[in-house]
Design a protein around this ligand. Structure first.
Ligand SMILES: NC(=O)c1ccc[n+]([C@@H]2O[C@H](COP(=O)([O-])OP(=O)(O)OC[C@H]3O[C@@H](n4cnc5c(N)ncnc54)[C@H](OP(=O)(O)O)[C@@H]3O)[C@@H](O)[C@H]2O)c1
Length: 240
């Protein structure tokens, strides 16, 4: 059974990934702060396939112990850097602590976790790092989301560079670039994704495509899927 460290497992895309992964041959260590609503779902799932760990990723000093404790039980085959937070508006209106939160959760944490899992992956000659970035990373400009877009562009740049650096050691790196997805991410925005089913993605769709790509890379060791971009058919926003 492959062992996965998945951040942001308590809601949205991460919770959908947790559910998709444990249907297959994976054991998932899921990180989040508040699993109370996720437990309504996960309570119905076989808990011998996952462990939920409550922690605030802002406290980056706790990351080495987290990884060490998991490695004491066995290898980490896949790291999925999915946790993220978004605040929108003209840049000067975004609170300084919210800018720092986005930089830490969206960018610093994936960089630190990758650093912690890489030595063992390289020694074994195998491992995967999956970064849940965003289509915003591919835009030249993200007005009303300058800082969020910058964190995601940084994450995608990191993933692409890390692949080039680590590919000869057998480590695979995949950046996922979802567009508007119907999750709680927009709690701090003045808009929602469009309501019609062709105007947003579902978290379950992102999860299915991500797990399918992971499985494909397992089946074909010579293949690295570096970029998975998922977009709804139509581009529609709803004002709150
Ligand atoms: N929704 C979209 O349209 C969209 C599009 C492109 C990319 N993405 C990316 O997809 C990823 C997942 O987001 P989502 O849409 O599923 O939103 P979500 O439902 O709000 O999920 C965010 C997840 O990140 C976790 N998280 C945030 N801050 C944390 C912290 N300080 N410590 C620990 N966990 C923390 C949350 O845990 P708690 O709630 O327990 O704190 C939650 O599990 C993010 O990286 C986001 O940027 C989303």
């Amino acid at each position: 059974m492959k062992r996965i460290l998945l951040t942001g497992a308590s809601s949205g895309i991460g919770l959908a990934m947790l559910k998709e992964l444990i249907k297959k041959d994976y054991y998932v260590y899921g990180i989040g702060r508040d699993f109370s609503s996720a437990l309504a779902d996960t309570g119905k799932l076989t808990d011998d396939k996952f462990r939920l760990l409550s922690m605030d990723l802002i406290d980056t000093v706790d990351l080495p112990k987290l990884v060490k404790d998991i490695l004491n039980d066995g290898p980490i085959d896949i790291l999925i850097n999915n946790a993220g937070v978004a605040y929108y508006g003209n840049h000067e209106t975004i609170a300084a602590e919210h800018i720092e939160e986005m930089v830490t959760v969206n960018l610093t944490v994936p960089l630190l976790l990758s650093r912690l899992v890489l030595p063992a992956m390289k020694l074994r000659g195998f491992g995967m790092i999956v970064n849940v970035s965003s289509v915003t990373a591919k835009n030249t400009a993200n007005t009303h989301g300058c800082a969020y877009g910058a964190t995601k562009a940084g994450l995608s740049s990191f993933g692409a560079s890390l692949f080039e650096e680590a590919r000869k050691s057998g480590v695979k790196v995949m950046n996922i670039h979802p567009d508007l997805t119907d999750t709680a991410l927009y709690r701090n925005a003045d808009f929602f994704p469009g309501e019609a089913c062709d105007a947003h993605l579902e978290a379950a769709e992102i999860a299915r495509m991500t797990v399918a790509a992971i499985e494909e890379m397992y089946t074909n060791p010579g293949l690295n899927i570096s970029d998975l971009t998922l977009r709804p058919q139509r581009n529609v926003l709803r004002k709150k």
